[in-house]
Design a protein around this ligand. Sequence first.
Ligand code: NAP
Length: 248
Amino acid sequence: MIESGRVAVVTGGGRGIGRAIAVRLAQEGANIAISYRSNDEAAEETAALVSETGVESGLFKGDVAESGDVSALFAGVQEKFGRVDILVNNAGTTRDNLMMRMKEEEFDEVLRTNLKGTYLCTRAVLRSMVRARWGRIVNISSVVGLVGNAGQANYAASKAGIIGFTKSVAREVAQRGITVNAVAPGYVETELTGGLPEAVKDQIKAQVPTGRFGEPEEVAEVVAFLAGEGAGYITGQTLAVDGGMTMQ
Ligand code: NAP
């Protein structure tokens, strides 16, 4: 459960998993700031879905990997809502290629968005969370960060990096009432994975004990739990939401 009046920032909240997270947190009663990079139409649709639940929503456009954009995002959130209690670092991207062919720009872009974006947004909220002695940060990693994936060395490095980042920040702020956790989804059908050939999708499904892809809402459910009042004694963890793909 999320205490009413809390404010959540969901990066990459415009579509896909981020949209499901925004709507789920709104259903819990949190006001929602939706950050996105360029797709205005998708973000407006998310804002409409959030508003239907009766909470406040705000749209913030910018690149999570640009420190100027991130400063503007959190200044805007502060102006509209006056606080940030929950941060979900969900914005992410892929530029797949086999390692021998991977260009420096493909490596840099994925690391910038996925890992540096998580760092910049976390840095932007920590001070006010420390002051409030309450905060929830949920970072969206991936099963690929746990087990690797051919053709995704850049993405795997960024998502494994998020796990180390999560544990380190969790240790720094554990005594301040702030939890920092990661969620590692398996394959979920969104625009990020929609382009995969059917044969590859079948190969992936064969590795999933449940025999199917996940739904964005199934990831959002776990994020809502970690963002809630009841998850205060869970920090530094990575929860796989992957149909059993990476059982440990
Ligand atoms: P998606 O459908 O491609 O949506 C990505 C969202 O992130 C969009 O809202 C996009 O904004 C935003 N975004 C991308 N780069 C950004 C940037 N530089 N600055 C600000 N916003 C940015 O992706 P998804 O599948 O929902 O994935 C969401 C997260 O889950 C990602 O971190 C991804 O790595 C992770 N994940 C996904 C899967 C999966 O199977 N789908 C599995 C494991 C982990 P615009 O709409 O404006 O473009």
